[in-house]
Design a protein around this ligand. Structure first.
Ligand code: FAD
Length: 434
């Protein structure tokens, strides 16, 4: 019987395992070294904040795996031998495979800062990081979080929940302004400050200092400011976790290089999720996408190919969601931080500073290209359809009400949004939705 071995029990590896099981009687083994069972990485912050226990973050009962004949091996792969089709594990055991799926996720970046390995300095990626952070922040009074992205803002929220003061160092002129347009980036920056975070923009970490026992006690910024602290969070992005593939013959760039079928340069070896780097272009999508939904979609697609229905990975329009303290964020299609020459945009912000939408379209064809929504929930399926059908911007604005799925009794803003749009683009010939 064909033996499919998956390295990594995150959303990518587990989705692949479940879908292969649905379609085949193959022997399936999942090897992973972080936790015995799949858990939701995106819920790590809620464990720290006391909203959930680790047990609650496991999407499947522990009995699920045996029942579905998916063997779990709690070990670390140190070497892949593609000639003999075998894996060498840290425990000394080896496992042979017929098909190999690499789904090893990411690791937190570090940039050789002096003091980055001191006690009380860490990133946040896995379960052991969570436990370490719980330990290191006991009794802490002030923390410095370095790096203005999604994990950085989560870490700031986590620390504040334990009444630990936070200074947040962000290299860019506004929070996450390499991704968000100026209006949204400054709205979120204001929101961060309203939560009493000391947000220091255009500021980078230079070094971390310690006491005589090796505990972090302060950081120095590139502006030579010294900030006293007892914890330093390093959240400056992640990179594919692929070091163990060195010398395996599997081609890598920043990630494991894969084609349209998520196949590597070696027969019967695939890579999916955070660790995969596409070698081909897809409109509006990056070559490496380190988000939950991408891993899930890749897991489904690779299962098809492994089970004999060769399927191309065609994820369609980009989408993502996150939460910045109290503001929910959704994005569909592409809203670049800086407009491209052929693009035009429309921004509406609510007086509260907690809600906004930002739509982008092609100036010449009027084709709708993407939307950011803050504090207003928009239906994913509808935007996915509109983007695939290349609807024009007039249609999208006119039908915003249909796309909204805010709970009943939430104040609705579509009429105001449409009126502002018509004021700004009087030639758009739209009806105002009643
Ligand atoms: C704190 C945090 C919050 C996040 N929030 C969001 C969010 O809100 N929305 C969103 O879309 N994305 C979010 N992400 C990103 C998202 O969680 C990842 O994109 C996703 O989990 C990647 O899944 P994966 O299966 O590819 O890899 P992973 O989940 O990283 O799983 C890979 C597993 O393989 C194991 N492994 C690696 N190498 C080996 C080896 N050699 N041997 C054995 N095992 C190995 C790893 O330990 C890991 O358990 C967040 C990430 C973090 C860290």
């Amino acid at each position: 019987m064909k033996h499919v071995v998956i390295i990594g029990n995150g959303v990518s590896g587990i989705t692949a395992a479940r879908h292969i099981r649905k379609q085949s009687g193959y022997r399936i083994s999942v090897i992973s070294s972080e936790t015995m069972h799949f858990y939701s990485r995106t819920a790590l912050m809620y464990i720290y904040m006391g909203h959930m226990k680790y047990e609650h973050t496991k999407p499947y009962e522990d009995s699920f795996w045996k029942k579905n004949k998916i063997d779990l091996i709690y070990d670390h792969v140190i070497k892949v031998d593609t000639t003999s089709r075998s894996l060498h594990l840290k425990s000394g055991a080896s496992v042979s495979y017929d098909v190999l799926i690499i789904a090893t996720g990411s690791t937190s970046n570090k940039f050789d800062w002096p003091g980055q390995n001191l006690k009380g300095v860490q990133g946040l990626y896995g379960y052991s990081d969570l436990r370490l952070m719980e330990e290191s922040t006991k009794g802490a009074k002030h923390a410095v979080v370095v790096g203005g992205g999604l994990i950085g803002i989560e870490m700031a929220e986590m620390l504040l929940s334990k009444n630990i003061g936070v200074t947040f160092l962000v290299r860019e002129p506004e929070f996450w302004s390499i991704i968000l347009p100026r209006q949204e980036a400054s709205m979120i920056s204001r929101h961060i400050r309203s939560h009493h975070v000391q947000l220091k923009l255009e500021t980078e970490l230079k070094s971390i200092q310690s006491d005589k026992d090796g505990n972090a006690i302060s950081v120095t910024t590139n502006k030579n400011e010294i900030i006293h602290c007892d914890f330093v969070g390093l959240t400056v992005g992640v990179s594919p976790n692929i070091r163990f593939l060195k010398d395996s013959g599997i081609a890598t760039g920043t990630g494991v290089l894969v084609d349209e079928y998520l196949q590597t340069n070696i027969a019967d070896v695939y890579a999916i999720g955070d660790c995969a780097e596409r070698t081909y272009d897809l409109r509006g999508r990056k070559k490496i996408e380190q988000v939950w939904y991408t891993g899930r979609m890749m897991g489904e697609v690779v299962a098809q190919s492994v089970c004999g229905h060769k399927t191309r990975y065609e994820p369609g329009p980009w989408f993502n969601s996150a939460k910045f303290f109290d503001i929910e964020y959704q994005t569909y299609g592409n809203v670049p931080s800086e407009l491209n020459a052929n693009e035009e945009d429309f921004y509406w912000g609510h007086a509260s500073g907690l809600k906004a939408i930002h739509a982008v379209w092609d100036k010449n064809t009027k084709e709708f290209l993407g939307i950011n929504a803050f504090g207003i929930r928009l239906r994913h399926e509808l935007f996915d359809t509109w983007l695939r059908q290349k609807k024009d911007i007039g249609f999208v604005i006119e039908n915003l009400r249909e796309a909204n799925f805010d709970p009943e009794l939430f104040v609705r803003h579509e009429t105001e949004i449409v009126e502002k749009f018509i004021q700004q683009y009087p030639k758009s010939k739209m009806r105002i939705a009643s």
